[in-house]
Each structure stands twice: as C-alpha cells, then as structure tokens.
Design a protein around this ligand. Sequence first.
Ligand code: HEM
Length: 484
Amino acid sequence: MAAAFLSSPPALLLSVAAFLYIVRWLSNRKRQDVHRVPSAPPALAHWLWGHELATFQGQATETYTKWAALCGPFFRVKGALFHPDIIVAADHAAVQHIFQNADDYVKSPAFRPPVANVLGKGLVWAEGEDHKTQRRIIAPAFSLDIIGRVAFGHDFKAGQSTEAKEIHASWEGHVNTGLGFGGFVAMLVMRAVPFITLLLTKLPVEAIRAGGRIREITTKLSMRLLESGSVSEKGRDIMSILVKAERAGASKGGAALTPQQIVDNVNTFIMVGHETTAGSLSFTLLELARRPEVQEKLRDEIRRVGRDLSYDDIQRLEYLDAVVKEGLRLHPASPQTERVALRDDVIPLSKPITTAAGETLSSIRVRAGQVFHIPFTTMHVNPSVWGPDAAQFDPARWLTPGRVPPPSALPHGWSGLVTFCDGPRNCIGYRLAVFEFKVILATLVRSLEFHETTAVVLEKISPTLQPVVDGRGGLLPLHITLAQ
Ligand code: HEM
C-alpha cells in the first residue's frame, strides 16, 4: 500500500518535502538551545494567541515579572499566530550582550513602518549604517550644554497652542487604539506578515490616520521653524545645532543629514521627548500622592533652596535625584523593548539555567530570526538583584549605602538601570530627559500637593507607558491642592 502511494508523483513529492522539513527542523533544533530554556506556564498559553494574550491583558510588564519569579530571568513564551517561541530576556548579561551588539540584534521589521508613519525616518526608525550616520551627526546636539534652552526654541504655550492641542488629540486616539484588542491583533499580523505593514499604514483606518496626522502636524511645525529663521548660527537649541552640523558636514564633503532627515528627527524628538517623560512623571506623581511623607520630604528639600532653582541647584538636590531615579526604575516610560537576532549567536547568562534534563547552561545558542522581549521593569524589580523590597517605591534606597546593588550585579545603563536602554542605541536624550523630569517635578511639588483619588489606575503600554482608568488611556486623575 505504501509502495502504491509512493508511486504517485505528487505523493512522492509530498513525502520528500515532509522528510526534508523534518530533517531541517531536527538540525535546526540541534543547533540552538531555545527549546531547553524554561517555559512560561504552558497552561496559560492560548492555542492561537500563545502567551502573548496574557501579557497584553496584564499591566505593563507585570505578567513577565510573575513568570520570571517562576522560571528565572531568561525564559521562553509561546508566540501568537504560531510564531516560534519568543525568549524573554531579563538576565543582565544576556541583555547587555544584546544591546551592545546592536548591529546583530535589531528592532523587528514590523516595527519600522508604523514608526515611519508617526515619527518619520529619524533615529528611532533607522538601522545599520543609516543609523550610525544619523547618530554620529545628531549626538553632539545632546552632549552640548543645551539643557535649559531645551529643544527647539518653540513655545507650545503649555499645551494650549493649536499644534499642541492637535498633537494631543491625535496621540490620544493613537494610544487608545493600541489599548484595544484590535491594536493587539494588528501588531501580531504586522509581525507575521511584515510586508503587509507598509500597506496597512496606507489604509484609511482612523488609528493609522491619527498616527500620520501627528507626523503631518510636527512636519509642518519643523518646516516652519526651519524656514522662519528660528534656526540661527548662534542658536543653541537642538534644531539650530542639527542644521549647523549638517551644513558643516556637507561643506567638508562628509556625511550629512538630508533636509527630510532633519525634519524627521525633529518630529521624533517632539514626540518621544514629550510622551516618554510624561508617562514616567505621571506615575511618579501617583507614587508621591500615595506617600505623603515622601512628598513632604521632597518639598522641604526644594523649598530649603529659598530661591528659583538654577541648573546647579537642581543638580545638587539629593532627595529629588533619589525620587526621580526611583520613578524611572519602577515606571520606565518605555517598559520593554524587542529585538530580533540577525545571525546565529551564543548569548552569555549571568544566572545559569538548569534544563529539564538537569544540565546547567551558562550560555544559550540562538539562530538568526530569534525574537527577544526585554522587559525593563521586570529587571528593575528582580528581588534576587534588588532585594525583597524591590517592587516598593522607596527613594531612600538610593541614599543608603548597600541598598543599591553593586554595578557588577546591574546592567550598564544609566544608574544601573535599563530605563534608557544601553549600548549604541541607548536613549540619545537621556540627560535632557532626566534634567527635564527634575525641573518639572520640583516646580510642581514646590507649590502643589498631590493626593490620590478613588480611581483605579492601571499601568499599560500603548505604545509608551500610559495610565488607564475605566478603559481610557492617557489621563491620570489626581486631587491637587495648594501646598501650605
Ligand atoms: C523619561 C524619558 C525617556 C525615556 C524613559 C526614554 C527611553 C528610551 C529608550 C528605552 C530608548 C530605546 C528604545 C529601543 O531601542 O527599543 C530610547 C531611544 C531614543 N530616545 Fe529616549 N527616552 C526618554 C526621553 C527622550 C527624550 C527627551 C528624547 C529627545 C528629545 C529622546 C530621544 C530618543 C531617541 C532619538 C531614541 C532613539 C535612539 C537610537 O535608536 O539611536 N528620548 N529612549
């Protein structure tokens, strides 16, 4: 009977194809260790959505934090839509390896068209040589002492200018679409069929249009700033520095940004520079509202300065520094990131893994195409690194010798945290962000008192950290009074 079956050419072809597939699958499996890595509880994996539905339904990285407590800081989850297993990497050595080798571990191809739609083809979007060139030209604008004249010499009138209102309305639409089940499925479809992503960004769908509208508004604004002479030879704002660097580079025949790349980067800075800090700041204010004694202590320190705070005053305030570090540890504006391996590699682990067969692995072999989720907050609340009170908001830990783990136990990011990522693709604006965070927090807490309301506030990612109340994202209710 088997001989009769195989004598038919289609059946023979099918059998050969199946045989080759199995041989390839076995040889692939032999050359990597992913299947030996501990798995998140299989019972929690949906047949179609894998473990990704549970993580989408949970708050920010809370589900990964729970599974890391069960499986250790390096485990795998079932991908949705039959995607191969995804590695969740919260092991410091592994994460450092991935971030340092930015050419070999890139952002998912599905991530780029939506980013181009909202931000344009600036730094967040670029990869490889294009990224290196853009970064080399832009970096000086952030290493100079531009803080204080922050950004573009443009006044958004405390959010009341027409542009600010339009950006806010479009961003709110974008955030809320991402929070819904449709947003979850759209991301998965884009990952499963990356070429469709480009088509999707052209569809007349409201959420996609909202993303595109943000870029239209910021592009118009950037063009106006460029044309109106706000960019001057003497200007110390980011825009002027970028344009001057561009002209200087071009006149020496070196690499330069095109006018479109300058505009796209200004769009990028406007959006990522604002939304990120806003998310972390909201949750830090909520922590202070829940801890009146911490809030009081911070207010006392700020008021003791006795005058309007200068740049140097801000840098000297120790408790303010501790509160900001604690806020950025527990509520990073971008709570997790994703990378895809471009080549086969061996990843070191700081905490060896014991496989089901009892073997100990201190490194893991992965194949090109392996997807990694890197949950920052999970790393920041790991009790075996930060101690049993890792998840508590307690600024005093930064001021008490021995309470912050030694640098060798932490990743190499800012203050031992990966809030601003690490390696060649770390946050280019981190100094600006930390300073801006301190100025806003100090200004608010000096004169206002923040109290919790009865609202239940959830912490979600869409696409950055968002407070969500009654299913709506982007707004955090707080009761505010004048401070005595
Ligand atoms: C609290 C505030 C902020 C946080 C927590 C934050 C966090 C991050 C993180 C985690 C990344 C890496 C993302 C990834 O590769 O997956 C990143 C990249 C970036 N950030 Fe920030 N950021 C903040 C504020 C800012 C500000 C104020 C600016 C500029 C005005 C900025 C500009 C950028 C840019 C351009 C990149 C891409 C860098 C590259 O790929 O070379 N960020 N940020």
